[in-house]
Write a protein that binds this ligand. Sequence first.
Ligand code: PLP
Length: 379
Amino acid sequence: MNEHYLDNAATTKPCEAAVAAMMRCFQENYGNPSSLHRIGLYAQQEMDHARKVLAAALGCDVREILFTSCATESTNMALRSTAAAYGRKRKKIITSAVEHASVKQTLRHLAENEGFEIIEIRPDETGTYRAGDFAAAADENTCMITMMMVNNETGHVLPVKEVFSAVKRRFPHIITHCDAVQAFMKYPVRPYQLCADLISLSGHKIHAAKGVGALYVKKGTKLRALLLGGKQENSLRAGTEGVPLIAGFGAAVEALAPTMESRFQYVKSLNAALREKLNQLPGVRILSPEDASPYVMSIIVPKIRSEILLHYLEQKGVYVSSGSACSKGAGSGVPEMFGAAREEADSVLRISFSSENTMDDVDAAAEGIAAGQMEIMHK
Ligand code: PLP
């Protein structure tokens, strides 16, 4: 049976360049970068190169890149540091209502334990985010604003640049954090253009390994360490660095960066083809708007629970995810905010592409969903 992996927003297959870099670090450059001998130096050079590649991709200084174990660590560090360093008197945090759990739960922690007021901005009734709604909520008492660039469930693109630049213009003291996990290497992510002080990134969403992430930290922004111990990463993240994973992250970015635009156009063509096919299926509704990231498509197949259809598709070698049930059955509420009716929320399926996908995968997904509609509905 052919395999059709269409769950790339969950994780991606590591690319050849990433695997080669990781193997090199496992087999040859296996030293501890803190060691003073040559073997340690080789490991340090692996990290230096990866940092240089990430800095080039973001258009920032190498000293502004901090390696972490995942984007969840990056967002935790960004939000908790900002709260600690800038939130003694300013207790208001502005965010979108559709953030990933790593941001949502950290903000909830700050609200419950440290007295922060969290202002969640919802999209309008058409599922659109207006920059003005965020900017209007900002004031002297606001400590930070955190918003994602691309939503991981639906692909909606949020107006980060418009919001951050408007907010910074009026309140330069407000720290801006962007969760760019689903945008990086798909859209230009340039901290300077975005007016972002902090940006969270993840390796495994861009064909590197799981267990590595990064945080962009604008020069001068105060950070607090979450892990205490050695002096790694400027004493901001103690613990021997995951050199193979970091080198793999750098290699993936290096391999993908030159083809970002062509891959985007290619994935857009796959997305358009799938849209066309799904539009012919009775009742199927595409929740993701045309201007969403082409890498993520959220659909509603009415009257069929997403888990049932997911496992039906799995039998046909098509791997997708159930859009709304990210935490073991508890819906995130994101599809509803982007226009799904309450009764549709259990029928949301997320199909997510990478440039490794082909028209074959599109055909298999569309045919699988059509067959699933017939078989499951008539059982
Ligand atoms: N932010 C977004 C938008 C995501 O999609 C994810 C992963 O699903 C994360 C953060 C967390 O990333 P990681 O798995 O690297 O912790």
